[in-house]
Design a protein. Sequence first.
Length: 367
Amino acid sequence: MVFPANPFKPTAGVMPPVLIGRESISADFSEGLDDGPGAPDRLMLITGPRGSGNTVMLTELGLLAKKRHWIVIDETASAGLCDRLIARIAPQAGRVADATLKPAFMGLSLGELTFTPAMRPSTLRDAIAARLHSLGKGKGLLVTIDETQDASLEDMTAIATAAQHMLRENAEVAFVFAGLPSLTSDLLNAKVLTFLRRASIKELGDVSLADVRLALARTILHAGVSIDDPALDAATKATGGYPYMIQLVGYHMWRQARRRTEGPADTITIDDVRSGVEQARARLGEGVCAPVVKRLSDRSVDYLRAMAQDDGPSVTSEVAKRMHESMNYANIYRQRLLDEHIIAAVSRGKVDFAIPFLREYLRSMGE
């Protein structure tokens, strides 16, 4: 037997074969589109830690909109976000009021449109209205913005202002913002963005292990490959319900089974799972945990390593003792880590890791 192509996709933003644990979000958004202007789920804010599936969720919602013949504009927050949206939404690029054309270098491109800050909200609003008019009856416009925590306050103010006006006018529009959990504290607390507090907030947490097991089994069996219960249980447990880890474990155990030269040719064995889990953990450490740790100060890392000695939430006074520092000193680094959403305050005097598998990665650093 030629082992089938690997169905698991541990690449950022790539749609997995099965979207598990997020069905209610898709259902809410679909109903929002069908219920017409004014439906609350036409303004949505999706938050979750790295690897929880924010980008994948935006892709899924975009597909739902396209099935209804809506135009979908996908953007990622970075410098010039609002200007890019105006240029992409306007039905006739280059004929937008209050725009300045930046000349291209050596004539190699058409250049970039820029807009005066004061005119961005109204210009974006006009661009949306013009695009909707060009689409005709029964069609709408969905705007999705990924990594929203990286957007400038100026850009988000302009977008929120334009969105507010369009939704008030019962236009056939929807806006979905996605980003890290810091969105709810950073953007929503800004006075100029109180409008976004009305958004339907969807928090992407871990997937239940029962759903993980079912999804793994269905994906494997659908491809014509078998896996026994002990191997399936081991793979399920190793994911911890973390969406990115689900894809990593699936991908690497599948690859291990395909490369194996001995044993059953159409089966994923327990040994395949064990090897795959080891490779998945290494990849997770390299791709998610290492970049986080690398940009921290030495003492911040010391705080995390002191926390990693616990199997669950850590008592902050105990962490300070392990660092051989006073509570006041240790709290400086506690607050920095809280501000960066690397750890979370789970109860009075206790903190825990906000990034899945970071504890295990820190422990491996000392081995």
